[in-house]
Design a protein around this ligand. Structure first.
Ligand code: MLT
Length: 385
């Protein structure tokens, strides 16, 4: 690449969360402010109907699998999918106190201690294969839903996850399909989202895959990042309680104005990069309208989709007044029978570890002609306070 100037740094770029400041290359995905998410150059709107195995293969290899490649890939995932009894036993010996993301982060470290191989590529494949059982074990244990069944190698990646999740009274078929959609839409979101950036930064010190993913997931756990999906569902429920399921757009518009004038947050809108409705949110809205249009929370989330941008656009300081992925994901999970918001960020993590692990493999083994990127060490300017 020529030595073109990509970005000039001024004082105004400091203490802004490095917004818009390029720091590297990301081969797996990118986020266009208007068109949204692309995996390996293909828009998410053209990929979301595919199986998790197809999409994960694409992210890992940069091309869609042939039938033979896909069959081999599924076999490879299936062979690696089961956790050892030691991992399960130690997860179940940990406290259940606090948010389940703490248990998930700890279980990633535990998996690395007991099953890590110290090879980024090998560990990438293994961790992707084991994530469904790891997350099912974490949730089942945290929720008190009993022992996690073994994976069934005849089932697909997310069908297996739904099979292992002991969620009470739900259609497993419906749950598997919604979990598939949720999983495929959350794998990757460019190179600079917080969890991905953190995971790659930690791996740049040559920490192994599992420690790097654990740190990434601690990044995801915060309410400004992954936990926003949980908080958003709580918000949609509050709106429903306040306006009722037969509310009009005008009712919801009034509620938003009242909340804003009381300095209360409006959840599910805005994004650091996007400047239009998040393509992932659009897919969730369409799916929810098709399958769960009578669900009270779906009705409210659709009204928020209409009223939110209308009100938020009036404030010139808001650069993106449109819904993001979190605006609808929790509502859809609830409508499909998984009304357990404290696990939504763990589900986000189950998916996002795929993209982060793939990007770590790139940075550690392929970047700079195979030398790998150097240890992350940005400059801070000394300023006595
Ligand atoms: C994500 O999927 O990681 C979120 O939309 C946040 C981001 O892209 O920065």
């Amino acid at each position: 690449m020529s030595e073109e100037i990509l970005f000039e740094i001024t004082k105004n770029n400091l203490e802004t969360g490095m917004r818009g400041y390029p720091v590297g290359f990301c081969p797996t995905s990118f986020v266009d402010p208007q068109k949204g998410l692309f995996y390996r150059g293909e828009p998410i709107s053209e990929l979301y109907t595919q199986s998790p195995e197809q999409v994960i293969f694409l992210l890992l290899n940069g091309h869609e699998p042939s039938d033979i490649e896909l069959a081999e890939f599924k076999k490879n995932l299936g062979e690696r999918s089961q956790l050892s009894q030691a991992v399960t036993k130690h997860i179940q010996a940990m406290p259940r106190a606090g948010h389940p993301m703490k248990l998930f982060c700890s279980s990633l470290l535990l998996l690395g201690m007991l099953e890590g191989r110290g090879d980024y590529k090998e560990d990438c494949m293994s961790v992707i294969a084991k994530l469904p059982m790891l997350v099912a074990t974490v949730i089942n244990y945290h929720a008190g839903w009993g022992e996690t069944p073994k994976p069934d190698t005849d089932l697909g990646y997310m069908e297996n996850f739904a099979h292992m999740l002991n969620v009470p009274s739900v259609s497993k078929e419906q749950l598997a399909e919604v979990m598939r959609l949720f999983n495929v839409l959350h794998y990757d979101h460019g190179g600079g989202n917080l969890s991905t950036f953190v995971g790659k930064a930690v791996a740049s010190g040559l920490e192994d895959m599992y420690g790097s993913l654990c740190s990434a997931m601690c990044g995801l756990a915060g309410p400004r990042h992954g936990k926003a999906n949980q908080d958003c569902l709580v918000f949609v429920k509050e709106v429903l309680d306040s306006v009722g399921e037969n509310a009009s757009v005008a009712d919801v518009e009034k509620l938003i104005r009242d909340r804003l004038s009381n300095k209360q947050l409006i959840f599910g809108f805005g994004h650091a990069v996007l400047r239009a409705e998040d393509a992932r949110a659009t897919i969730f809205y369409d799916y929810s309208k098709e399958h769960f249009s009578d669900h009270p929370l779906v009705k409210i989330a659709l009204l928020l989709r209409e009223a939110g941008p209308k009100v938020l656009k009036e404030n010139p300081k808001i650069s993106n007044p449109y819904p993001n992925v979190d605006a609808m994901s929790g509502t859809l999970l609830t409508a499909a029978g998984f009304g357990f918001p404290e696990y939504y960020t763990v589900l986000f993590g189950l998916s996002r570890c795929v993209g982060i692990a793939t990007q770590i493999v790139y940075e550690r083994t392929q970047a700079r002609d195979g030398k790998g990127t150097p240890i992350v060490r940005p400059k801070y300017i000394y300023r006595p306070m």
